[in-house]
Design a binder for this molecule. Sequence first.
Ligand code: GLN
Length: 304
Amino acid sequence: MDYQKILNTIHEDTSYHNAIGKVASYIPELAKVDPKKFGMHLYCRNSGHYSFGDSQEKFSIQSISKVFTLTMAMQILGESLWERVDVEPSGDPFNSLTQLEYEQGVPRNPFINAGALVIADILVSNLDDPKNDLLEFVRKLSGNNEINYDLKVAESEKSTGYRNYGLVNYMKALGNIKNDVEPILDFYFHQCSLTMSCEELAKAFMLFANEGKLLGTEEKIISKERVKRINALMQTCGFYDEAGEFSFEVGLPGKSGVGGGIVAIHPSQFSVAVWSPILNPKGNSELGMAALEKLTTLTGFSIF
Ligand code: GLN
């Protein structure tokens, strides 16, 4: 298959001029990003990698980081993790507080903010230096030791993150948060501020398209069984109240972030990252979703 030709077609056919959404502005630092940015990078399990546009430029990965922290927490707690966070799609926005009351503070899944904050609590409890361990993990997966937090973004989110303060305090009142709220939020705001390019993200997510092994060295990082579970969660919960639409249009497990990035994987073929900062009303990249719809249609590779 001529993947580069397919990517070129996607690039030509997906225009920023047709987008109607807006760049995220509730985190002030994100509002400064150029809305015209657009890039895509595809890593194939067996046949190289391909890209277009701004695929090498770093951006704020935001909620895509929740997949990395979930993977770390699964390695620490194993199956007992599911006592603290459920595995059901929420059908609600990513930052919603409403369902927590009926569920005694157990979030619907690890990818809504409430779930990611419980995962952050677990990492803060179990690791001496969770911010450093997360950096080391992501650097290893992407093969790039330069990956880092953007402290301006972390600070910007801290100064406006009232909902996340609300979520973590509410869950603490309901007994599902063990640490003080400040170190949990500090870790969470840092994880969201990780900056990576499409190329780095696609490479890191090959883990989930390569049975838990690094691409190239084939070093085993997580078991096949855990890859199955993480991919299932990306499929059902990776896009919040748009998870059904993403399955319908694209048909791959994936995860979005309000920085405009989306990563998706085909469990045996490829990992792909796309970035365009213009978001649709559900907080997912508008051009990113359109580009991925074209990718699975033109290649015939979706999981369905
Ligand atoms: N840092 C963002 C927040 O907590 C992450 C949200 C997202 O990317 N969907 O609001």
